[in-house]
Design a protein around this ligand. Structure first.
Ligand SMILES: Cc1cc2nc3c(=O)[nH]c(=O)nc-3n(C[C@H](O)[C@H](O)[C@H](O)COP(=O)(O)OP(=O)(O)OC[C@H]3O[C@@H](n4cnc5c(N)ncnc54)[C@H](O)[C@@H]3O)c2cc1C
Ligand code: SF4
Ligand code: SF4
Length: 941
């Protein structure tokens, strides 16, 4: 079926203005940045839409649907945009369901939940986990993909073996049909009066029932024989239902990829979380043995059975993941136990016994501990985007990525594919859900090169043909057809069944507006390939969106890390057309920590800001650099803080400073709600004159303390605590002359000024073995000086300094001295850790937690979202106080859930934000302060 010609209004801006009038201005966007961000999903395609609607209710969905149908405008629903097939991009309206992200109802007894489509799978499972429950289907993209996309794609994942695909776990859907009417799509008994009523009022449902009855034999003949299939419409599931006297409507809509209707909620089936789980990595010497071992391992009823072939292991880096050089394939096996303990260990022994029959390159690595198990899964889950690191030109291209063959023939498939790609001289990664015979095949190609392009086209046809002919398999196990496989759906099922698919599509979507070009289309798969993007380093996997605090708040792709990558690397980018979004990033670096492809979006944004430094910030930072004058002002302010920091005067100050603040950002203000730190009347350096070397004097200690601005100027006890802790560990530190590390200065685009201060720091910190920090941002900035001085004469010195920078928590963990500790309080106190983003980006995550675990008198609790940004990010809480408070809200809920009375952190800036956001919930302390208390309590006892 060729997509019908759709009418577009002559002036495309009219779409957004019409929709704005109908839905309200905040829900409709059509500016350059938004359209650029929504032009991609995680596929190889690009299509720029005309408008984006961020729906917040069923009414919004229905209004948008009616408008699109009336005007003949393509309408593409979208959730997280992580599909690999191009099914969440379109040329008309994108209807983003991300803001519909609540669990509406949870029935623990009956193990079911009513959930909205914008909820992220990981968030859903976190919520359910608190009740010992789980939604079973688990695509590897679970940290970022959302329920709407999972439903529409019939997603599944490594644990399909145990829990099935989405289609097996859905009881009902609320579906908006083309008419704008809603139906409850559930499994109706045929004699249910509601069913009869539905058939009477919705002609397309009656047509569907007749089509199924009239073509029962054809449908039975064409049913895929492999264990998984997401190709075409699931008429097979509907036919099964009819045999049981049921009109099983979810079977039609699950997997329909937004081409038949739009979902506003789903009633999903839940399962109990396994009590205990074992994960094992088994490295095989011979590929053939893998195929032989699979049926035997399946006898153990594993919940997951994954394979990675030799090429995949090479591409992800064997050494990095501890994979033996001679492994021809690695299996990842997971076994669940509903009763903890012995049973699982016995299973582990049986598994080892099975494996002993084969030539393994080493003993199986078996993990029971959740953290170790996560490590084993980490490489597998991030595999696809990790492949982006392999070559600057040859990128992993998803075009034959999701085939299914009988599980016992998986070795034969891998052998065939390895030979095929070896013949083409194309590197390829083959991995997947071997227990279901579902293989993901990701060749690395430069699609901008004509020869590689032809290899892609040849591979597409030959491999799919072989899967269907020789293996009797399916071309699509779980990722959906989208644009990439639509061309081949007819070949998979034959003309007759394909005609039935077309009839279904026409009956539900007569005007052809619903996600045209997807699933039912004869457009070649090479249409709309994004050649430009495929030469860039970003895999568009959206893993960064999952950790981006701004995306968390706005749920809109133009306000997200992935979107910002698209915008700032787009050929039409200019600061003027994108200022709104470029200035919205917190520079928290969470995206950089999360990105498997090694992209640093925050750095790209800083590069763009450096092209347009903020004038007002320049004035402030230049004054800041005149240390004497600046400190005199601070001391003056400190003296009178008890007067000007009163609520009434703060409100006045907020008003008076507004025009000045606007110079920093439209949103900037000195909110009276912001709990300001007490300014020190005697700065840290004045309090410890004995630690300050004379001008020109060489290092007197092996350790310098880089206190940064906050510890010097604030009377928050952090600087004193760091010095006290160092002394307890036998170190009398130097406090050499120092300037601001540069983080806030660079954040406002003043790179030259940041370098100026950094040069001072490079010189004064040069003679020390260790440069100890107490501030997360200073730690990262000093470690990042090599990037700040990239290609500059100072780079070598910057690299040398970066190696010596040590956060106080690292210093304590490495110290051979173990001072006595005691508790200050009589009863145990719960302490949680907020892991500052910049310290995480600097690679320091375990040490602060280890310290807290070891503190007497405290019970350490790992709070949910400990590794998420709290929204402070240095000066962000001044730049955009409202957004920063929306970000910290999530942290507040996490702290409440954990029951922590104290939240410890490693960053003075986070402390300001947490003290503002956690008022009345918990006390906030620096890790060094808690250590100091414990050491001093021991001294006293
Ligand atoms: C690194 C990586 C790993 C992956 N691993 C897996 C895996 O293991 N298994 C797997 O199955 N997939 C996997 N995927 C593919 C993808 O993540 C899944 O298909 C996922 O379920 C898509 O969800 P989404 O929220 O991103 O949906 P989107 O990409 O936004 O949309 C997917 C489809 O759903 C439609 N849609 C969205 N919301 C609605 C709605 N409310 N009503 C109607 N239609 C709607 C869209 O139009 C589109 O057709 C992976 C992707 C990546 C990038
Ligand atoms: S920047 Fe990294 S994490 Fe973000 S979408 Fe691109 S590859 Fe994925
Ligand atoms: S630095 Fe933080 S706010 Fe900015 S894009 Fe990355 S995750 Fe988002």
């Amino acid at each position: 079926m060729t997509a019908p010609t759709l009418i577009l209004p002559e002036r495309s801006r009219a779409i957004a203005s019409d929709l704005r009038a109908a839905l309200g201005a905040d829900k409709v966007k059509d500016d350059y940045s938004t359209l650029t961000a929504y032009a991609v999903d995680a596929s190889i395609y690009r299509m720029t839409p005309q408008a984006v609607v961020l729906v917040e209710s069923e009414e919004d969905i229905a209004v948008t649907m009616r408008y699109a149908v009336q005007r003949g405008i393509p309408l593409t629903p979208r959730a997280a945009g992580t599909n690999l097939t191009g099914s969440a991009i379109g040329s008309g309206i994108i209807l983003d369901v991300s803001r519909l992200n609540r669990v509406l109802e949870l029935n623990c007894e009956e193990r079911r939940a009513r959930v909205q489509p914008g909820i992220v799978l990981a968030e859903l499972n976190k919520h359910l986990g608190r009740h010992g429950l789980l939604f079973g289907p688990d695509p590897s993209s679970g940290d970022m993909c959302k329920l709407g996309g999972m439903l529409a794609n019939n997603s599944s994942g490594p644990h399909t073996l145990r829990y099935g695909a989405v289609k097996d776990n859905v009881e009902a859907l609320r579906v908006c049909l083309q008419s704008g009417e809603w139906i409850d799509a559930k499994s109706y008994r045929l004699d249910d009066p509601d069913c009869a009523n539905l058939l009477k009022t919705h002609r397309q449902l009656l047509d569907l029932q007749l089509l199924l009855q009239e073509n029962a034999t054809l449908i039975a003949q064409k049913r895929p024989t492999v264990s998984k299939n997401s190709c075409g419409y699931n008429l097979f599931g509907l036919a099964d239902g009819l045999e049981r006297d049921r009109f099983d409507l979810p079977k039609l809509f699950v997997g329909s990829e937004g081409t038949l209707g739009l979902f506003s909620e789903a009633t999903i089936k839940l399962v109990e979380k396994p009590r205990a789980t074992l994960t094992a990595l088994i490295h095989f010497h011979r590929l053939e043995d893998v195929g032989d071992a699979v049926p035997k391992l399946l006898e153990l009823s594993p919940s997951a059975l994954e394979v990675m072939d030799a090429n995949t292991l090479n591409l992800i880096g064997r050494a990095r993941h501890g994979i033996p050089a001679d492994a021809a394939a690695t299996l990842l096996v997971e076994l669940d136990a509903d009763v903890a303990g012995i049973e699982l260990r016995a299973q582990a022994e049986r598994m080892t016994e099975i494996c002993r029959r084969y030539r393994l390159t080493s003993d199986p690595v078996i993990a029971f501990d959740p953290e170790q198990r996560d490590q084993l899964w980490k490489a597998r889950k991030a595999l696809y985007p990790t492949l982006y690191r392999f070559d600057p030109k040859k990128k992993p291209i998803n075009f034959v990525d999701d085939v299914v063959v009988p599980a016992e023939r998986i070795s034969e498939l891998i052998r065939y594919l390895e030979e095929f790609f070896a013949g083409q001289r194309v590197p390829v990664a083959i991995f997947g859900h071997i227990g279901n015979g579902n293989a993901h095949i990701i060749p690395l190609l430069d699609v901008n090169d004509e020869v590689d392009f032809q290899k892609m086209v040849q591979g597409y046809h030959e491999i799919h043909q072989t899967i269907l002919g020789r293996f009797g398999g399916s071309i699509c196990g779980e990722h959906g057809d989208g644009r990439v496989r639509a061309e081949y759906v007819k070949t998979m099922f034959g003309q007759e069944l394909y005609d039935l698919f077309v009839r279904v599509k026409q009956s539900f979507d007569p005007s052809g507006v619903l996600n045209p070009g997807i699933k039912i289309s004869d457009r070649p798969f090479t249409d709309h390939i994004d050649y430009m993007r495929l030469s860039k380093p970003c895999a568009t996997c959206a893993k960064c969106n999952a950790v981006c605090p701004v995306y968390d708040v706005f749920q809109s792709e133009d306000m997200s890390s992935r979107g910002w990558f698209e915008i700032v690397t787009d050929k039409n980018y200019s600061y003027l057309n994108s200022k709104r979004v470029v200035e919205a990033c917190l520079n928290c670096k969470s995206c950089r920590t999360a990105c498997p492809a090694g992209v640093d979006v925050s750095q790209l944004i800083l590069d763009r800001r450096a092209e347009n430094p903020n004038k007002m910030a320049g004035v402030i930072f230049r004054f800041h650099a005149q240390t004497d004058k600046f400190e005199r002002l601070l001391k003056f302010l400190a003296k009178y803080q008890s007067i000007w920091d009163r609520p009434l005067i703060r409100r006045l100050l907020d008003r008076l400073t507004k025009p000045f603040m606007r110079g920093l950002a439209e949103t900037a203000r000195l909110s009276p709600q912001l709990v300001l730190p007490r300014l020190a009347q005697r700065h840290l350096r004045n309090r410890y004159p004995e630690l300050i070397p004379q001008a020109g004097q060489a290092a007197r200690s092996p350790v310098a303390y880089f206190h940064g601005c906050a510890a010097n100027y604030f009377d928050d006890g952090v600087g004193d605590a760091v010095i006290a802790v160092l002394r307890k560990h036998g170190v009398e530190p130097d406090l050499p002359p120092q300037r601001c590390s540069g983080t806030p200065i660079e954040t406002y685009g003043h790179r030259a000024l940041a370098r100026e201060g950094a040069r001072v720091n490079l010189v004064s910190m040069a003679g020390y073995d260790k440069v100890v920090t107490g501030c997360a941002s200073c730690t990262l900035m000093l470690k990042d000086y090599p990037t700040l001085f990239a290609g500059e004469p100072e780079q070598a010195a910057a690299q040398a300094l970066a190696k010596r920078v040590t956060h106080i928590s690292e210093f304590v963990s490495q110290s051979p001295v173990k001072p006595a500790m005691a508790s200050q309080q009589l009863t145990k106190c719960k302490v949680a850790y907020h892991s500052s983003c910049h310290l995480r980006a600097a690679g320091v995550t375990k040490e602060p937690r280890a310290i807290l675990r070891g503190l007497p008198g405290f019970e350490y609790v790992e709070m949910p979202d400990a590794d998420r940004c709290a929204g402070g990010a240095g000066t962000y809480l001044v730049k955009d106080f409202e957004t920063s408070q929306r970000i910290v809200e999530r942290k507040r809920l996490a702290v409440e859930q954990s029951g922590a009375e104290i939240v410890a952190t490693s960053c003075p800036a986070c402390m300001i934000q947490l003290r503002t956001g956690l008022q009345g919930v918990a006390e906030v302390k620096h890790v060094a302060q808690l250590l100091q208390d414990a050491y001093e309590a021991a001294d006293r006892s």
